[in-house]
Structures are given as C-alpha cells and as structure tokens.
Design a protein around this ligand. Structure first.
Ligand code: DX5
Ligand code: ZN
Length: 221
C-alpha cells in the first residue's frame, strides 16, 4: 500500500475553471481527486453530481476520483457515479438504511467502497462491515463546508481506527477530511492516517506544488 495519498478536495477549486484546476493539482503531485457531493438535505450545502464527474473523465482526468457522498438516500446515486467514472465511493452510515447493502452495491458497481464517520459517530459502526471496506474516512470537521478548523478529538479517533484496521490484517486505507494543513498533517499522520484530503489548504495556496510537497515532507518526518 502506498504510504501517503494526497487528495485535494475540489470543493475549494475555482469551479469556473474546474478541468484546469484538477489538471493543475495533479501536475503539482496530487494522487487522487476528492469529489464532495452535497445535497442540501443530508448536509446544508449543494455541490456537484455525476455529470461533473463524467465531465472530468471526458476532460482526460485518469487519476482516481474519490467520491465523498454527503447525500441521503445514498443508493439511488451510486450507479450513476459508477457510470460517471468514480474510482472510490464513500458514504455516511446515517444516510443509508442498510449500510452493508450499500457497501455491496458500490462494489458490485465496480467501485471501491468507503464508510465515512462524522466527528460524533462512534467507531463501533465499523465492527460488522470493516472487512468489506476499502477505505475508512474520518471527518475532522462537520460535513458541509470547506475551510473549517480541525477538531482535535479526531486524533484519538484516528488512533483507535488505525488499531482496528491493523487488527483486521486487511489493506484498508484510513483517510482524514477537514482542516488538514501542512502544519498539522504530521501529527495527523502520526495518529494513523495514510490518506489526506485537503481543500482550502491546497487551493487557497499560491503554489499547489509547493504546498503538496511540504505536506509530503511533513508526513515523512
Ligand atoms: C467537508 C468536505 C471536505 C472539505 C474539506 O464536508 O468533506 O472535503 O472540502 O475542506 P478543508 O480542507 O478546507 O477543510
Ligand atoms: Zn470530503
């Protein structure tokens, strides 16, 4: 497993120039494209859907697209994202009536499956489904907006989920999302994350390559 994946969240990109923005972060050394889908129902904001994912693929994006669904219900939109070229699809257990079924639906559509835990969601939700997952995504902010501050209790939660993943013996990625910056990424990595979403920290920086390489250096520290 690659030890450090940097996944810029395009929520903070310039949507008027989205294709160029995605090309630019990938050229600057990003590994994945983090794609935040909000429905103004499960979360209080409205963003982008499968059409935009498909448009990025048509534009020529070949990097993994990491779709973070903040929508309720979940199942209806999964096949559309699979067709649109999503690589991974993650969802919140609170937004699905049948979590195990949604995981199977994502995998049968040919995508990797992730489960997302909000700051107040107990990690026990992973207990009977962890072995089916390709990724666990821990939210270190409440979902809905970019640019919020990292919630410190996410660090002990990361350590606890890291232990669960290691005990399972499976290669499941542990992703963190919300308030990740070059100056806190080292302690986040030390707590067990291997996959880092960053929106405002990357897209608000003048030089994407500089901030991404600074993040990698901090993780390797
Ligand atoms: C929030 C989204 C995040 C967001 C992160 O609901 O899931 O991916 O874009 O933004 P930053 O990195 O600015 O906290
Ligand atoms: Zn996200």
């Amino acid at each position: 497993m690659s030890d450090c994946i940097i996944a810029p969240s395009i929520l903070s990109a310039n949507f008027a120039r989205l294709g160029e923005e995605v090309d630019a972060v990938l050229a600057a050394g990003a590994d994945w494209v983090h794609f935040d889908v909000m429905d103004n129902h499960y979360v209080p904001n409205l963003t982008i859907g499968p059409l935009v994912c498909e448009a990025l693929r048509k534009h020529g994006v070949t990097a993994p697209i990491d779709v973070h669904l903040m929508v309720k219900p979940v199942d209806r939109i999964v096949p559309d994202f699979a067709k649109a070229g999503a690589t991974l699809i993650s969802f919140h257990p609170e937004a699905s009536e049948h979590v195990h079924r949604t995981v199977q639906l994502i995998k049968s559509a040919g995508c990797q499956a992730g489960l997302v835990l909000n700051p107040a969601t107990p990690i026990e939700v992973l207990d009977y489904v962890l072995e089916e997952l390709d990724l666990v995504l821990l939210m270190s902010v409440n979902p809905g907006f970019g640019g919020q501050a990292f919630i410190p209790s996410a660090l002990s939660k990361l350590r606890a989920v890291r232990e669960k993943i290691d005990r399972s013996g499976r290669s499941i990625r542990l992703e963190i999302d919300g308030g990740v910056k070059a100056d806190n990424i080292a302690e986040i990595a030390a707590a067990g994350a291997d996959t880092f979403v960053a929106g405002s920290a990357i897209f608000n920086a003048p030089d994407y390559a500089e901030v991404i390489s600074r993040m990698r250096a901090e993780v390797a520290r």
